[in-house]
Design a protein around this ligand. Structure first.
Ligand code: MRU
Length: 342
């Protein structure tokens, strides 16, 4: 089952609602840009490669949503929707990458954004949808290749620690970090996983554990703060995480990744990042990137109950930065890169 795809009957975006997992496997149908923006903001759809697909499909949805006959007006609507979509989550570069890739097909020149390509409104819709679907197809193939490249680094009997969810639900299918695990298991290797719960939104506890158990892969849930004990006690052979943006001097990924990287270095455990080239932004350095800060109540509340004083001050960054010096290799669809090569 795909995490996200275009629904050709309703001309809308269909996605697995990740906020319902592990209790329910339920689809969400986004028929308007407002509902798409809400789905991205509330993490119904999340994970860098899945956000790349959502960005591309979002531009197709914008083209299909435009109900008039005026090309100038349609251009304005697409440009405004593109900006709204990109602004929802600023750290994961794949979201704006997906939006821009489809914009490049529907605009004569994205930089100046003055003219639509295509003779008719139907042409523009077709160009947008074809490119967005291409992003989705490519994502699956790329993840399989990342998986094959990374699986060679794993030994039969290895235990892997991972953080957040870099699995099939973070992508269109297969996964990046978990794609490496899946490919190794497919090759016949016995691989076990420790999944960090990933406070405050528990993507590891809710999604990674569910995905791996569905596939019959051995997984043990740990609190984020237990990664030190499992690494020090040699219960982990390798750490593999995904990435939201790879810049010249390091990698942005889910908050807590940096802490695991320091512990891995201290305990001489290889620390791998698995990500497609669409996550690379090597013109920039870490200091230039905006780290998304999320609502205070994500930390103050658990479900409907307060687990901290209602008015306590909160710092809730969604991502952190791991410097290249803490990374052993970056596993991509084009091979395994030494951080020095970036
Ligand atoms: O806030 P999220 O759940 O979108 O954060 C996701 C992550 O940090 C993942 O580790 C990352 O996107 C890699 S996905 C293959």
């Amino acid at each position: 089952m795909r995490t996200i795809e275009w629904n050709d009957i309703e001309n809308c975006i269909e996605m697995i609602d990740q906020t319902k997992i592990p209790l329910k496997l339920e689809k969400k149908f986004c028929k308007t840009i407002d509902s798409l923006i809400d789905a991205i903001k509330s993490l119904k759809i999340r994970g860098a490669p899945a956000l790349g697909a959502v960005g591309g499909l979002g531009i197709a949805l914008s083209a299909f949503q435009y109900g008039g006959e005026d090309r100038e007006e349609m251009l304005g609507a697409i440009i405004s929707d593109a900006k709204r979509i990109k602004d929802v989550r600023p750290t994961a570069v794949n979201l704006s990458w997906g939006v821009n890739r489809v914009l490049d097909k529907v605009l004569k020149n994205r930089r100046f954004a003055t003219t639509l390509s295509g003779e008719s409104i139907e042409d523009i819709r077709r160009f947008a949808l074809e490119e967005a679907k291409r992003i989705c197809e490519e994502d699956v193939k790329i993840n399989k290749t990342i998986g094959e490249n990374g699986a060679k680094l794993l030994n039969d009997g290895d235990t892997i620690l991972t953080h957040c969810n870099a699995g099939r639900l973070a992508c269109v299918d297969w996964g990046t970090a978990l794609g490496v695990v899946r490919s190794a298991v497919e090759m016949g290797k016995d691989i076990k996983v420790f999944a960090c719960e990933t406070r405050p939104l528990n993507q590891g506890g809710r999604i990674t554990t569910w995905e791996l158990m569905e596939d019959g892969i051995d997984v043990t849930l740990i609190a984020d703060s237990s990664s030190g004990i499992v690494m020090r006690n040699k219960m982990v052979d390798k750490v593999i995480v995904g990435a939201d943006r790879i810049v010249k001097d390091g990698v942005f990924n889910k908050i807590g990744t940096y802490t695991h990287s320091v512990l891995a270095k201290e305990n001489k455990i290889p620390f791998y990042v698995a990500a497609p080239y669409s996550t690379f932004d090597i013109e920039r350095t870490g200091g230039e990137i905006i780290i998304e800060e999320r609502e205070a109540d994500e930390l103050r509340k658990f479900g409907e109950s307060y687990i901290a004083p209602k008015n306590v001050k909160v710092f809730n960054p969604a991502f952190d930065f791991t410097p290249m010096k803490n990374i052993t290799s970056i596993i991509t669809e084009k091979g395994v890169l030494d951080p020095g090569e970036i």
